[in-house]
Write a protein that binds this ligand. Structure first.
Ligand code: SAH
Ligand code: AVI
Length: 322
């Protein structure tokens, strides 16, 4: 059974228009990373996950492959798996397998802003897991978190891939606090976080030799061209990926290669870029156990499980209402 609710409506379009206008008029300019993930953006992200330099996906997959049974047992053998930013749910199969083997698997709730990939993923999963109910939500999880269905028999809310790292600390705190308020005493959060490490490895992971991450980054301009009638010339910008050690985060930007004016007909807006001006398109925060325990504490959550890969590059943690 598949039921997918789509909450990308006039409100969402208005939010995008407002966000982009505010971001382009801000000093320095900035765009939100959620706008990466239109059709081609989701495909480019899938390619990133296969790059030699991009270790987070492999590291998270190895933890899930080895420890999903333990994670599911520690989460109380829930009937529902809710997944925020589910994308292709490639690694999620390990959790679904473990839930099926434990005899508790009933419902999967993918929550993602990309409509295409959510439909595709739902279709594949009902084939792969006979009897599975898929109740998907296509929405902005920051805007529509409260639409996640209640779960009888406990829910495991998975937020994988390190996507929490793409939120600024204040948005992250609000988001986790809202999530904590939605969780019953039996529910658990399974959170994927990339860990602090050698800056050279981090910078390579976000600036691969093949240029896939550069294409992913620049593709956000194509999204604005299509959705907001903009005339960004993608060749007039270059990809920049720097590690900010003080903030413990990757700082991803687009640098304007020349002085230029961009017209956004859909916003009735014209924007000047100076030569070498940089516009931030994403942050990707890196964590330690201590930082994460603090982040959970501030949101009313308490850590109850910590699972890392063999090289301690990446962590999955379990948390529940404090
Ligand atoms: N969980 C997958 C995909 C991570 S990529 C993995 O670990 O590989 C980030 C995913 O989050 C994308 O599928 C993107 O569409 C989704 N996403 C990003 N911002 C979002 C938002 N604000 N609301 C809902 N989904 C979002
Ligand atoms: C989805 N998110 C966790 C990725 C990350 O690593 O921050 C997005 C990404 N951006 C560039 N490469 C990957």
């Amino acid at each position: 059974m598949i039921a997918i609710e789509v909450h990308l409506d006039a409100d969402t379009a208005a939010t995008m228009a407002r966000d982009v206008r505010d971001g382009l008029l801000a000093e320095p300019k900035e765009l939100a990373p959620k706008y990466f993930y239109h059709e081609r953006g989701s495909q480019l992200f899938e390619q990133i996950t296969e790059l030699v330099e991009y270790y987070p996906t492999r590291a998270e997959r190895s933890i899930l492959a080895e420890r999903s049974a333990e994670i599911v047992a520690a989460a109380g053998s829930p009937r529902s798996l809710v997944e925020l930013g589910s994308g292709s749910a490639a690694k999620t199969r390990h959790l679904l397998d473990a839930m099926r083997d434990a005899g508790c698997l009933h419902t999967y709730v993918p929550v993602d802003i990309s409509e295409e990939i959510t439909h595709e993923t739902a279709g594949m999963l009902v084939e792969e897991y006979p009897g599975l109910a898929v109740r998907g939500l296509v929405c902005d999880f920051e805007q529509h978190l409260e639409r996640i269905p209640d779960g009888e028999g406990g829910r495991l809310v998975a937020f994988l891939g390190g996507t929490i790292g793409n939120l600024y600390p204040s948005a992250r705190r609000d988001f986790l606090a809202r999530l904590a308020a939605l969780m019953g005493p039996e529910d658990r959060l399974l959170l994927g976080t990339d860990l602090v490490k050698d800056p050279a490895r981090l910078e390579a992971a976000y600036d691969d030799a093949e240029g896939v991450t550069a294409e992913f980054n620049k593709n956000v301009l194509e999204v604005l061209n299509r959705e907001l009638g903009a005339d960004f010339d993608l060749d007039a910008f270059e990809h920049v990926a720097r590690y900010d050690a003080e903030e413990a985060r990757m700082d991803i930007r687009l640098r304007s290669l020349a002085a230029q004016t961009v017209q956004l007909d859909g916003l009735d807006l014209s924007v000047e870029f100076a030569a070498d001006e940089e516009m931030r398109t994403e942050i990707s925060s890196k964590f330690t156990y201590e930082k994460l325990a603090r982040v959970y504490g501030e949101a009313g959550l308490a850590i109850s499980g910590w699972f890392t890969d063999a090289d301690c590059d990446y962590a999955l943690s379990l948390a529940g209402p404090a």
